[in-house]
Structure formats: C-alpha cells, structure tokens
Design a protein around this ligand. Structure first.
Ligand SMILES: [Zn+2]
Length: 355
C-alpha cells in the first residue's frame, strides 16, 4: 500500500514523506482468509462462489479460513438467515476454523477505534442527510457520486455545529481524508488507485460504519488475504487509509474476484430467478452440481466431474483465474450426462411431435 497526501485535490501524486510510516503498514506474514456475509438474506450463487474462492486462497496457502458475520445493520438483519448461510457453506463442502465471529458482539472494539481516530483529530461531525449529499455531489469516481461526500460539514464553526445540534439532527462522524490518494496492488486486478473522500465511520444512528468495522476486524483477526467480490474494490482504499490512520501494524493483501452476473449483465440477484442453493434444491439440483459449475467457471474442473473443494486445491493458481465475470445460468449444460428427456428430443422423426 502507498498513501499520498493530496491536499489540493489536484492532479499530481505527492508522497507525504519517505518514511515507512507514511507509506502505511505492510502485509501480514500469513495468508489467513475470511468470508464475511451479512445475514440480511440468503446467499446467492455469486456469494457462494466468492466464498469458495476465499476458501481456496486460504487453504491452498495452508492458512486458516474464518467466517465473520457482519450484522451491524440491525434494521436489515433477519432472523435465521445466519444459520441458513452457514448451512449453505457446509453444503458445498467448505469448512472454517474457530468460532463464528459476529460484529454485533464486538461493538467495543469499533468504539475504541473511533475514539482513537477522534482524539487524533481525524474525525468531524456531519449533519447532512443522504438527499443533501446526493444533491451536491457529482464527482466521477469509482464510488457512485451519490456516495461520495463533498465536504459540506468539514469546516463548520462551533456556532454552526451548535445550531445543527439544536435543530435535533444527530451527526454522523466522518474521516478527514485530506484528499489522500491510496494505491495498492490487487492480486487479480493489478494496480488500483483512488482518491479517498471523507467517508462515514460512525453512522448518525450511532452504529459503527461498515468500512471502520471491517478494517478493525481484519486487523484483529490477523487476516492476511482478503478475497472478495470485485464490487468491493472501491472500499479498499478507504479501509487502507483507516489502517494507516489507526496505526495498525499490518494490512491484508487483496484479491477482488470477478462477479457472477445474470443474463442481463447485472449483478446476480433475486430477479434472475433461482439463484440460491435452496431454490436449486427445489428444482432437484444437488449442491455438488452447483459446486461443479463453480469449479468449471473458474477453470478448475471439466464437465462431468463432481469435484469436492479439497480436489480443487491442487489445481488452484490465483494467476490463472479468469478475470471476467461469469454469467448465470451458463450457456453450457450444468450437469452431465444430459438428462434423458433431452436425448429423446433428438431422436430423428420425433422432433415435429414434441410441441
Ligand atoms: Zn455533512
């Protein structure tokens, strides 16, 4: 990781200093990995494929694989979903080390980190509503413009803050990013670099924000290798900046893996039909068949094979993974041999009578 201070928000990368500290923490020595689902709905096949990849990255390096439940957004957490997600991981043959870690049981860790950032002068209160931010933001960056903060509350005076407090608006806490640009080398995507905005570390309902909690947990759990979906790549500069500001001793390496898309080219979701293991079980497809498709989509198995995750370890090579998204359902048949009904349809002379 490299961090560049960029106070003028200008066009040039300016290293803040040449000391190791200014370049941020180095990588963890071990490749311990994790999968970190939010229990807000069932895992779809894209989530499960990402979990398989994270497992392969960790296990092929002889490292631990951990599962962390990211359940801080209490308004979206649904009962029983966590257990269903863990059952799906087991069903495709993934195992993990140690106990499940739940973010809702670790609030004190996040509060401690927020307090440290605040006492070091890295935070300020923000009273903006989402609608106000959307109306004023228009920066063309990887993070959608509506999610990038234009800095409205960065220089409020004490009087202006008091006025907003008196109006009853609870503040969020944001990081003073100072226009820092953060660069890192992704194991699959290569060089990635972005200017970090003043993002939220504590929401205005008091909950620690996603970026803060993930950064604290990855450090506390000594995660050396984060394999996660490519849609999260623009979170990484934010998390690396937090690691730098918190003075964390080490950071993970990152591999942002290609997504599974629906036939319409959008990220796989409920609107695409049967996209969960449970829905496919109801159609008579076993988890092993889904795992076989995952392995083939990653170039790790041939049609007709029924590999277990452990069979894939010897074949797994990060630099040979496909870099393009995969489409579900695949054009190739998912199962082999072909079902009997499909064969009957090809008998000469029978085709006309099929309709
Ligand atoms: Zn604001």
């Amino acid at each position: 990781m490299e961090i560049f201070e960029n106070p003028s928000a200008g066009s040039r990368l300016v290293p803040a200093a040449c000391s190791p500290a200014a370049r941020g923490p180095g990588p963890f020595p071990k490749a311990d990995g994790r999968f970190a689902p939010s229990p807000t709905g069932p895992l779809h096949l894209g989530n499960l494929r990402t979990a398989l990849l994270a497992w392969l990255f960790a296990r092929s390096a002889g490292a631990r694989f951990l599962v962390r439940v990211e359940d801080l957004d209490r308004s979206r957490v649904r009962p029983d979903v966590e257990e269903a997600q863990l059952a799906d991981l087991r069903a495709i043959g993934l195992d993990w080390d140690g106990l499940i870690v739940r973010q809702s049981e670790r609030i004190f860790l996040y509060e401690e980190a927020i307090a440290r950032l605040d006492s070091d002068g890295h935070l300020y209160p923000c009273y903006c509503t989402r609608a106000e931010i959307r109306a004023s933001a228009s920066a063309p960056h990887g993070i959608p413009a509506a999610d990038r903060y234009p800095g409205t509350c960065r220089e409020l005076t004490a009087t202006e803050r008091a006025e907003r407090e008196a109006a009853g608006r609870p503040p969020a806490l944001r990081v003073r990013a100072e226009g820092a640009r953060v660069a890192f080398e992704d194991r699959l995507l290569g060089h990635y670099e972005e200017e970090v905005d003043d993002f939220v570390v504590r929401r205005n309902d008091g909950a620690p924000a996603y970026q803060l909690a993930v950064t604290v947990d990855d450090a506390a759990q000594e995660i050396g290798e984060v394999a996660r979906g490519a849609d999260l790549v623009d979170s990484t500069p934010r998390q690396l900046l937090l690691a730098h500001l918190l003075g964390l001793p080490a950071v993970p390496r990152y591999a942002h893996v290609p997504l599974v898309l629906g036939p319409d080219g959008r990220r796989l979701a409920k609107r695409h039909g049967a996209v969960t293991l449970a829905e496919h079980s109801a159609l008579g497809e076993r988890p092993g068949e889904i795992l076989g498709w995952m392995a083939r989509s990653l170039g790790l198995a041939e049609l007709g094979e029924a590999p277990l995750p452990a069979d894939l370890l010897a074949r797994f090579a990060p630099d040979r993974l496909p870099l393009e998204p995969t489409v579900w359902p695949p054009e190739q048949p998912r199962t082999a041999p072909p079902r009997l009904t499909a064969i009957v349809k090809t008998v000469p002379g029978s085709a006309d009578s099929e309709d």
